[in-house]
Design a protein around this ligand. Structure first.
Ligand code: HEM
Length: 76
């Protein structure tokens, strides 16, 4: 989550983007996942995803998540 591009990524993977839940619900699920399972690796200045950025991001579904990860998350 230190890479800015990865915030949108979490809403753009097909399972997220196409989940039959609204933008606010998806935002809640993603923020819950981050705090529940990733709290130790979140950057100290991490700010929860907003409904607005999730709504914007999920409209641009990633056709190739692995390529996107390689591009923006090379160190992973
Ligand atoms: C609200 C529903 C969902 C959310 C929030 C969600 C979220 C995510 C996220 C954030 C990733 C990327 C993980 C990473 O790059 O480390 C991911 C990967 C994936 N999701 Fe989901 N997902 C949802 C539903 C689904 C559903 C319904 C399916 C299949 C029926 C699915 C199948 C997958 C698969 C196959 C991957 C790829 C795993 C990999 O990296 O190899 N997801 N999901």
């Amino acid at each position: 989550m230190a890479a800015q591009e990865m915030r949108g990524y979490l809403a753009r993977v097909p399972g997220s983007a196409q989940a039959p839940i609204d933008d606010a619900e998806l935002t809640g699920v993603i923020n819950w996942i981050l705090h529940e399972f990733n709290s130790e690796t979140l950057p100290p200045n991490f700010v929860d995803l907003t409904v607005e950025e999730v709504a914007r991001a999920r409209r641009v579904i990633l056709a190739d998540p692995n390529k996107y990860r390689e591009t923006y998350w090379r160190g992973y």
